[in-house]
Design a protein around this ligand. Structure first.
Ligand code: HAM
Length: 428
């Protein structure tokens, strides 16, 4: 057992997995650019109040899962690591007066989030999200555009069988009366409620609806549905979101129990799952509309909507579905030499080739030429550049390791030769 391990609930992304994340992040960057999102980076920690006010104090994320930083005596402020980026981005929108920019302001970020949760497969204390936020558009068309963007991300990443679940959770006009109806319903069945759910009933009744406790399944199936209690404006908004989704060909299912775990949501709420995995707290991603959030953080009331897609879970599913492969680090060529001690020439020639943007390794050990060539083959290199006596005349041996052929090439032509060989190798 090593003396030190990565902290519980965190993990090291070793090269193969890190390469998958790289690919996902490149895809996220490419897609968001296509859809007109601008990149933003906010701090990994914020004043705790940003999360308490934005996400809500009676949510698991703030109440139980916030990574609070120990206050330092010289600072009177209390900070926490970000459990999600939306509150921080909304804070930045207000702070930088983005309401004066052309609306909506469409922002995207990808990075690590922190939640002090009980670790299990697919649930970590540090995890990565690809996030988009469109602030300043009340929808409903943009709601569908964002769901479609999320759906496309999974498709282009190669994840199979992603389902889109949508719901409307109403607004400050229709949600309170619905919550009263819901509270009444659960109170009527108080004896059947597990203790934790009974406690939540009085504090945040919506949470009961997405309870993963199997004892709640029957009770929840019979609960009054928010979609039957929407005010006229919310109902019309929801109908229009669905019509826009249909127009862009995104298949979806209305899930009346989908209420999301953060308090800032209004109206549209959605989640992405791999078919058959719903209900295991294994959402691949989720999001929704938050028309009250900017106001809560001190800005002029401004509507917004966005999503966060969990990259760790996407990577897991890609691996399960057999869509990952080991990262290819093989060089195009390895520079070796007949003189085991002449590491200077090898390093110099390799450096020149790298200046010409070629993927080259120098064999920097002091071993015999045969062993150097053997290692080059094991590396998966296509070519070896062999330095020998003719280096003094500006010439090297250029060996095609796969074809087993070799010829003399002038050092001055080497980069051009290699680049040409790489191109024909790639296209051939
Ligand atoms: P969320 O549903 O809390 O929403 O998180 C979004 C996604 O992050 C989840 O669907 C999941 O894939 C991933 N995730 C969450 N917690 C963990 C964890 N402990 N381990 C691994 N993955 C996790 C939000 O965070 C909102 N900010 C989304 C949003 C953006 N809404 C509007 N704009």
């Amino acid at each position: 057992m090593p003396a030190f391990r990565a902290p519980r609930g965190t993990r090291d992304l070793l090269p193969d997995e890190r390469a998958v994340f790289d690919r996902l992040m490149r895809l996220a960057a490419d897609l968001t650019q296509r859809y007109g999102y601008l990149p933003i980076e906010t701090p990994l920690f914020e004043l705790t109040a940003v999360f308490e006010r934005g996400i809500g104090e009676v949510t698991d994320v703030v109440e139980k899962e916030l990574f609070r930083l120990a206050p330092r005596t010289e600072e009177a402020e209390s900070w926490a690591l970000r459990p999600e980026p939306t509150a921080g981005i909304a804070r930045a929108y207000v702070q930088h007066g983005m309401q004066t920019w052309p609306q909506p302001v469409k922002l995207t970020t990808t990075g690590p989030m922190f939640r002090y949760d009980r670790p299990q497969a697919g649930r970590y204390r540090q995890f990565w999200q690809f996030d988009v936020e469109a602030i300043g558009d009340a929808g409903p068309a943009i709601d569908a555009e964002i769901v479609e963007l999320g759906h496309r991300f999974y498709a282009e990443a190669g994840v199979e069988g992603v389902e889109v679940l949508v719901n409307s959770i109403g607004d400050p006009a229709c949600r309170p009366p619905y919550m009263a109806t819901l509270t009444e319903y659960y109170r009527g069945h108080a004896a059947q409620l597990p203790p934790t759910e009974r406690d939540r009933l009085e504090r945040n009744v919506l949470r009961l609806l997405d309870s993963k406790d199997p004892d709640m399944a029957d009770l929840n199936a019979g609960a009054p549905r928010i979609t039957d209690h929407l005010c006229e404006a919310c109902a019309a908004h929801f109908e229009s979101v669905k019509a826009h989704l249909a127009a862009v060909g995104v298949p979806y299912r209305v899930e009346p129990g989908l209420v999301r775990g953060l308090d800032y949501y209004t109206r549209t709420a959605f989640e992405f799952y791999v078919a058959g995995r719903e209900g295991q707290q294994q959402a691949l991603g989720g999001g929704g509309r938050y028309d009250g959030l900017i106001g809560l953080l001190g800005g002029r009331p401004t509507p917004g909507i966005g999503f966060g897609l969990g990259l760790d879970r996407v990577a897991l599913v890609l691996a399960e579905q057999g869509h990952t492969q080991p990262v290819d680090a093989s060089p195009l060529a390895v520079v070796v030499s007949a003189d085991p001690d002449d590491t200077v020439s090898r390093l110099r020639v390799a450096t020149e080739l790298r200046t010409a943007r070629l993927r080259v390794r120098a064999d920097l050990g002091r071993r015999k030429l045969g062993r150097q060539l053997e290692a080059a083959g094991k590396d998966g290199a296509h070519f070896a550049v062999i330095l020998g006596d003719e280096l003094a005349e500006g010439q090297v041996q250029f060996r095609d390791l796969q074809a087993g052929t070799q010829r003399t090439v002038a050092l001055d032509d080497l980069a051009r030769e290699l680049a040409r060989a790489e191109a024909s190798h790639r296209h051939g």
